[in-house]
Design a protein around this ligand. Structure first.
Ligand code: S3P
Length: 441
C-alpha cells in the first residue's frame, strides 16, 4: 500500500551518536516572536517540518518578509503592530495545534475578520479552550459547532487585560494569552497549571515586561504591554520529543547504546527521562549548558536488562505529555503492572492517543485496562511478537506512526504501518535516523 512501511525484523544492537532535528515548540515560538519584533531575526537549525513551514506561511500571509534557506531562516519583523494584510484572509495552521492556538493571541487586535483553518485532525481539536480566554480581551470568535476549526476572529482596538486560570496544563492556551497580554494595556494575570515554559523564557530573555512566580503546582504570570521587541538570533536545540523515540529504542534493544547530542532538556519537557529512570532506564545527561534561558545537554542511554513497572506520579504528566505513547512501550516490557493516571489530555492531541496507544498495545498482545483518563498496562518482560500487525492511522498522527515503528523494531513481528508521510509534521528525518542505527545509510 502507498505510504505504508513494512518492518519484519527487530533492529540489531547498535552503538551510535546521533543528532535529531530542532525543537518544534521552540521553532514555532521563534517564528512568531520574530514576526512581531523590530528588525531582522536569524535562526539556525530551525525545524524544517510542515508545522514550522505552516507558521512561516502564516506570517508571510500577514505581510512579514521571510528568507528561509538551507542554512538559516531570517525574518524581518515590523514590530508589535506590524502585520499588514487585506480583508478576508484565510490562515492555514495545517496539523499544528501549537500554531493554530498561539497565532490567535497575536491576532487579538486584528481590525479585519480572519479565518483560521487546519487539516482534518486539527479541525477536530478544541479551540474553545483558547477562544474563551481570548474573548475576555475583547476579540470576537465564531467557532464551528464542534468547538473547533474553521473559526473566525475579529479583534478589538481597545483590548482589556484578563485574569485567567489555566487548569489543563496546556502551554498552548497559556502562551496564546501571554501573546495577547503583550499587546494589551494593563496587567494580564495568569495562574497556570505547570506546563512547558518556553514562551515565558523567551519573554524573559527578550527582557519583556513579564513577571514569573513558581508555586508548587501552579505558575503565576503577570504580563504588561510591550512597545518594542528586539530581534532574536537563535540556534534551535534538538527536540526531546523526537529524541524520545531513540531513547526508548535503545532501552528496549539489548546491548545497544546511544548518544543524542545537544537536546533541549528544559525541566518542563523532561518528564520522559524522569519516568523512564524510575522504571530502571540507564539515562545520563552530560555537557549541560544554558542557552538563552534554555537548558541543553547530550543524552547518553544504554539498553536495560530489566524494566520495573511504575505507578507514574501525575506531577510528570505535563512534562511527558507528547512522550506517553513511547513510554507505554517500555511499560509493555516491564516486570509488573504500570499505571498512568489523569492523562485525559492525551485524547486531545492529533488523534485520541490514549485510546489508540491502548489499541496498539492490545495488538501487540499486551493487556490494558483503559478509561477516559487512565491506563493500566500489564507488562511482559518476555514479550516477543510473531504475528502480523496492521496499524491504520486514520488521522495521520505522526507520533502514532513513529511509536509503531519503534515497537516493530523492538519487539519483532511483521508490521504494516500506514501514513509514513505523517512524520513530515514534526520529524521529517525520522526514518533517515533509523537507517543510521541500522548501519545501512
Ligand atoms: C505544545 C504544547 C502541548 C504539546 C504540543 C506542543 C507547545 O500541547 O502537546 O505538542 O508547543 O506549546 P498542550 O498545550 O495542548 O498541552
Amino acid at each position: 500500500m502507498v505510504n505504508e512501511i513494512i518492518i519484519k525484523k527487530k533492529i540489531d544492537k547498535f552503538n551510535k551518536k546521533i543528532q535529531v532535528s530542532g525543537d518544534k515548540s521552540l521553532s514555532i515560538r521563534w517564528v512568531l516572536f520574530a514576526s512581531i519584533s523590530n528588525g531582522i531575526s536569524k535562526a539556525y537549525n530551525l525545524l524544517m517540518s510542515e508545522d514550522v513551514l505552516a507558521a512561516i506561511d502564516i506570517i508571510k500571509n500577514l505581510g512579514i518578509k521571510v528568507n528561509n534557506n538551507k542554512k538559516f531562516c531570517q525574518i524581518k519583523g515590523n514590530g508589535l503592530n506590524g502585520y499588514k494584510y487585506k480583508k478576508d484572509i484565510v490562515l492555514d495552521a495545517k496539523n499544528s495545534g501549537t500554531l493554530g492556538r498561539l497565532i490567535l493571541g497575536l491576532l487579538i487586535d486584528t481590525p479585519f475578520r480572519i479565518k483560521l483553518i487546519g487539516d482534518n485532525s486539527l479541525s477536530k481539536r478544541d479551540f474553545k479552550r483558547v477562544a474563551e480566554p481570548l474573548s475576555g480581551f475583547g476579540a470576537k470568535f465564531k467557532l464551528n459547532k464542534n468547538k473547533g476549526l474553521p473559526l473566525s476572529i475579529v479583534g478589538s482596538n481597545k483590548t482589556k487585560p484578563i485574569k485567567y486560570f489555566e487548569k489543563k496544563g496546556s502551554a498552548q492556551c497559556k502562551s496564546s494569552v501571554i501573546f495577547a497580554g503583550l499587546k494589551t494595556e494593563g496587567t494580564t494575570l495568569i495562574k497556570a497549571k505547570k506546563s512547558r515554559n518556553h514562551s515565558e523564557l523567551l519573554c524573559k530573555y527578550l527582557k519583556l515586561p513579564i513577571n514569573l512566580k513558581s508555586k508548587k503546582n501552579f505558575d503565576i504570570i503577570k504580563i504588561n504591554k510591550v512597545t518594542k521587541i528586539k530581534p532574536i538570533n537563535y540556534k534551535i536545540p534538538s527536540d526531546i520529543s523526537s529524541s524520545a523515540f531513540f531513547i526508548v529504542l535503545t532501552i528496549l534493544s539489548p546491548g545497544s547504546k546511544i548518544i543524542i547530542k545537544n537536546v533541549n532538556i528544559n525541566p518542563s519537557r523532561t518528564g520522559v527521562i524522569k519516568i523512564l529512570k524510575l522504571m530502571g532506564a540507564k539515562i545520563t545527561l552530560k555537557n549541560k549548558k544554558t542557552y538563552k534561558g534554555e537548558l541543553i545537554a547530550d543524552i547518553f542511554v544504554k539498553s536495560s536488562k530489566q524494566i520495573k513497572s511504575i505507578n507514574c506520579p501525575t506531577r510528570f504528566n505535563s512534562a511527558a505529555i507528547d512522550e506517553f505513547l513511547v513510554i507505554f512501550l517500555v511499560a509493555a516490557k516491564a516486570n509488573g503492572v504500570s499505571t498512568f493516571k489523569n492523562i485525559e489530555e492525551l485524547n486531545q492531541k492529533e488523534s485520541p492517543r490514549l485510546k489508540l496507544g491502548s489499541k496498539i498495545l492490545n495488538l501487540m498482545g499486551i493487556k490494558t485496562i483503559t478509561t477516559d483518563n487512565s491506563i493500566k498496562i500489564f507488562g511482559n518482560p518476555k514479550l516477543e511478537i510473531n504475528k502480523k500487525i496492521i496499524i491504520k492511522n486514520y488521522l495521520k498522527d505522526h507520533r502514532i506512526f513513529m511509536t509503531s515503528v519503534i515497537a516493530a523494531m523492538s519487539f519483532g513481528g511483521e508490521w504494516h504501518i500506514q501514513d509514513k508521510d505523517s512524520i513530515a509534521t514534526s520529524f521529517p528525518s525520522f526514518l533517515k535516523t533509523i537507517k543510521i542505527l541500522k548501519n545501512d545509510n
